[in-house]
Design a protein around this ligand. Structure first.
Ligand code: PDD
Length: 291
């Protein structure tokens, strides 16, 4: 079966979907994107992802080339026909091609729209059962991290620091406070209370972050949304990362030191994580059942 890609209103075989080298997405990273998880061919939190896409487009002053109903139709068509039951759907909208390389926006903008599906690679069970290792770094990104832009070089360099250290994620601190991970939201658990950084221009408003906080509220888990200092993060009982593709994962070592009460080189995922993971799976199953 040929993998089809949506490119500027056309459904094409992946190898035929080509974009100009003069595209501003290619030359400047001038674009925004979304990653939408699909379980059993049903997009998860699609409306929220499309709302965030709108916010990102507004943030870079690019008119949305499609209305919500059109986006839903495109995503549903792809989710229905891709060869995998569980997918991650990638949407990218750039400011399109320009005649000559020029930082200023072209007078006439024709956005480039790409939508494609990839198989959803959920983390291996071992990562959930034994937890993952993370490193930390200074958050050197720009001051509009709330926009999901394709200019991801800083995130890539930061993620690579984790990979180089044999770890999964890089936890970021800016001016002494926790922001997020290189490609995930980060939560802290202290004395049974779930702590989440405040959504602002320094972090992406994560869709999974919202789900985790909703589940905490629904199940009566004490939680606070507030500034979290670096020392508080390092003294956490539990540390989690979450994203659309990783769901929720426990971080058991940070910079080689065990998180929380665990002893030895590796930690053990904490009890609050176990509860949240179960709630998350239950919630997913309900949403998928009810459509
Ligand atoms: N990234 N923060 C950053 C910097 C991210 O890149 C992501 C997700 C998140 C989590 O957001 P959400 O829960 O909406 O997926 C937080 C996606 C998965 C990516 O770039 O592939």
């Amino acid at each position: 079966m040929t993998v089809r890609v949506f490119l500027n209103g056309q459904w094409l075989a992946a190898q035929d979907a080509v974009v100009s080298v003069m595209d501003r997405g290619f030359l400047f990273g001038d674009g925004v994107y979304e990653v939408i998880p699909v379980y059993s061919r049903r997009p998860f939190r699609l409306e929220q992802h499309l709302a965030r896409l709108q916010q990102s487009l507004d943030g870079i002053q690019l008119v949305n080339p499609h209305g919500v109903a059109e986006w839903i139709a495109i995503v549903r068509q792809l989710a229905g026909e891709a060869e995998w039951e569980d997918q991650s759907i990638y949407i990218q909208v750039t400011r399109g091609p320009m005649a000559v390389r020029n930082h200023a926006f072209p007078k006439q903008v024709t956005p480039t729209v790409v939508v494609l599906a990839e198989p959803m690679l959920t983390p291996p069970d071992s990562q959930r059962e034994q937890g993952i290792a993370a490193v930390s770094a200074a958050d050197v990104r720009w001051l509009r991290c709330d926009l999901k832009t394709t200019s991801l070089l800083a995130n890539c360099l930061l993620r690579q620091m984790a990979v180089a250290a044999g770890c999964v994620e890089t936890v970021l601190f800016r001016d002494g406070f926790l922001t997020e991970g290189s490609a995930s939201s980060i939560f802290v658990v202290k004395d049974g209370v779930l702590l989440a950084p405040i959504k602002n221009h320094l972090m992406l408003p994560g869709i999974t972050y919202d789900v985790v906080l909703e589940l905490a509220a629904q199940h009566g888990l004490l939680h606070e949304v507030r500034d979290i200092t670096e020392p508080e993060t390092r003294a956490a009982d539990e540390l989690w990362m979450c994203s659309s593709t990783k769901e929720v994962l426990p971080i058991v070592t940070l910079d080689g030191r065990a998180v929380g009460k665990s002893v030895g080189a590796g930690g053990t995922p904490g009890p609050v994580f176990g509860r949240m993971y179960a709630w998350y799976q239950e919630f997913k199953a309900t949403v998928m059942r009810n459509g």
